[in-house]
Design a protein around this ligand. Structure first.
Ligand SMILES: [Fe+2]
Length: 188
């Protein structure tokens, strides 16, 4: 068994989650996937295979974009969003990378699991198993363009766009409109 990850060390924003049970579940989900992961150091997990840039820095940056957007919506429009839902969703959206990617000679590759399932699947499945609110599970699965359903709620849209903003900042965004299947959401 590997040394458990200290979530607060890597993601100090977890402290901002007010609901202790949710905070605990984020920690457990990451640590469960960490034990399954082939990585030995979280610092070696990249944003994507072939890109030598640390995932944790990207993930934290996305969270800060998301929180800024939530602040702006509240200040300018009086739209109040549940910050616990937002923070937990963003901190879990990419936890699946721990098992989707694996170290390999010459760099990080997609694992068998990563090739078999869409990005985010294993994080969403773990969140569902842990009893996370369905809004969080949905935000995880819809945060990626891999998912055929367009993000249906203000929460999921903020996360989806913030993620892509960050990837654009890293010159690594992969948006192609032709890759999106537009149809009525089954979630509403
Ligand atoms: Fe992602």
């Amino acid at each position: 068994m590997k040394e458990p990850l200290s979530m607060i060390k890597y993601f100090p924003e977890l402290e901002l989650v007010k609901d202790e049970a949710l905070r605990q579940k984020v920690d457990e989900i990451w640590n469960d996937l960490w034990q399954e992961s082939a990585f030995q150091r979280l610092e070696d997990l990249p944003v994507i295979p072939g890109m030598d840039y640390p995932h944790v820095r990207h993930n934290r940056s996305v969270l800060h974009h998301v929180m800024a957007a939530a602040d702006n919506l509240e200040e300018f429009h009086g739209v109040k969003l549940d910050r616990d839902i937002l923070i937990c969703s963003v901190l879990l959206q990419d936890a699946s990378k721990l098992v989707e990617f694996e170290p390999a000679p010459g760099g990080v590759h997609m694992s068998e699991k990563g090739r078999q399932f869409q990005h985010g699947f294993f994080g969403a499945a773990a969140a569902m198993k842990a009893g996370m609110p369905m809004e969080i599970v949905r935000n995880i699965i819809t945060h990626t363009i891999d998912n055929p359903v367009y993000p249906p709620t203000v929460y999921s849209k903020i996360i989806f766009y913030a993620d892509q903003i960050d990837m654009a900042g890293l010159k690594a965004d992969t948006w192609q409109k032709k890759g999106v299947i537009f149809r009525d959401s089954p979630y509403e």
